[in-house]
Design a protein around this ligand. Structure first.
Ligand code: GDP
Length: 295
């Protein structure tokens, strides 16, 4: 991941390495290279335009420091702008003072949503929380079974009511159980669909209204690229997201989604999935990710 982007940016640094300083003139060619590298990484055009404009403005405003080469200055500016683009700070889950943490998980089918429920359950357990998972995918009995199996692997119970109840009612009953039995956190898995449809969004909105989550996380496959923009927007409109989990970061995706989610939705990526194992979940750090991109 990010390999092509890193290589593309390398070309930009090469272009100014031998110059004395960054000027309006000599910055044009590297900026074109940066633009090309981002587009090839599948970042959407409006985001690329905005990013390139910010980098250019910042690069031309940089005070020349003796001993620092122009390519190093440009790397520093791009680093800072990449961190900003991805949201600046690492953002953790919301941890309420009263009552259980309620995490609602949304996403299209196959993105790794159910796996992410198991991963989060394990991560919260490691924070000494008593966790309950709730299965509301009434359309695929296999999805309920999958969550139960994951629950067994991490030793977290799964609340389910089969496939006849409404998802919002199941979620509400799960939350009531969690409150009555002193759970610290519940993770509500929802139905994934092959594509966004109105019914799915309405249902998600109903589940959200029923449990008033402390976090509503959209699970996005890192391979999604710039399509992540539309996806995040549609889910955000329906269910007011607090953030996203980007899965399959271990794959060979080009990195567009990682760079786009915050910029298009204002919502941070809170975690990334880095493998199929349940331990493979990490907080998302914009600064470390920028360092990785810059090599
Ligand atoms: P759901 O339909 O969104 O619930 O997707 P699943 O949780 O069933 O995951 C779909 C597939 O993606 C499974 O084979 C998972 O093992 C795999 N998967 C999930 N997260 C990751 C990840 O971070 N990295 C990799 N390589 N595979 C993942």
């Amino acid at each position: 991941m990010f390999d092509n982007l890193s290589q593309g940016l390398e070309k930009a640094w090469d272009m100014v390495r031998r110059d004395g300083e960054l000027t309006a003139d000599n910055i044009k060619a590297p900026m074109r290279e940066i633009r090309r590298a981002l587009l090839e990484a599948d970042v959407s055009l409006p985001i690329v335009r905005q990013f390139v404009a910010s980098v250019e403005a910042a690069a031309l405003g940089v005070k020349v420091v003796k001993g620092v080469r122009p390519d190093q200055q440009l790397v520093k500016v791009v680093n800072d702008e990449l961190i900003k683009l991805m949201g600046g700070q690492q953002e953790d889950l919301v941890d309420p003072k009263d009552g259980p943490q309620v995490i609602l998980m949304a996403g299209l089918q196959g993105v790794g949503k159910t796996t992410a429920c198991g991963k989060l359950a394990l991560a919260l357990q490691k924070r000494n929380k008593k966790v309950l998972m709730v299965a509301t995918d009434i359309y695929r009995p296999a999805a309920i079974e999958q969550l139960v199996t994951l629950g067994q692997r991490v030793n977290v119970p799964v609340f389910e009511m089969g496939t006849d109840a409404k998802p919002a009612d199941i979620a509400a009953a799960g939350l009531a159980k969690a409150k009555a039995e002193g759970y610290d956190a519940i993770i509500v898995d929802t139905a994934g669909r092959l594509q966004i449809d109105e019914r799915m969004m309405r249902e998600l909105g109903d589940v959200r209204a029923a449990v008033q989550p402390t976090d509503t996380l959209l699970v996005v496959d890192a391979m999604t690229g710039q399509e992540a923009a539309g996806l995040v927007k549609a889910f955000n409109d329906a269910a007011e997201l607090t953030g996203a989990i980007l899965t399959k970061m271990d794959g060979d995706s080009r990195g567009g989604a990682a760079l786009s989610v915050k910029a298009v939705s204002g919502k941070p990526i809170k975690f990334v999935g880095t493998g199929e194992k349940l331990e493979a979940l990490e907080p998302f750090y914009p600064d470390r990710t920028a360092s990785r991109i810059l090599g």
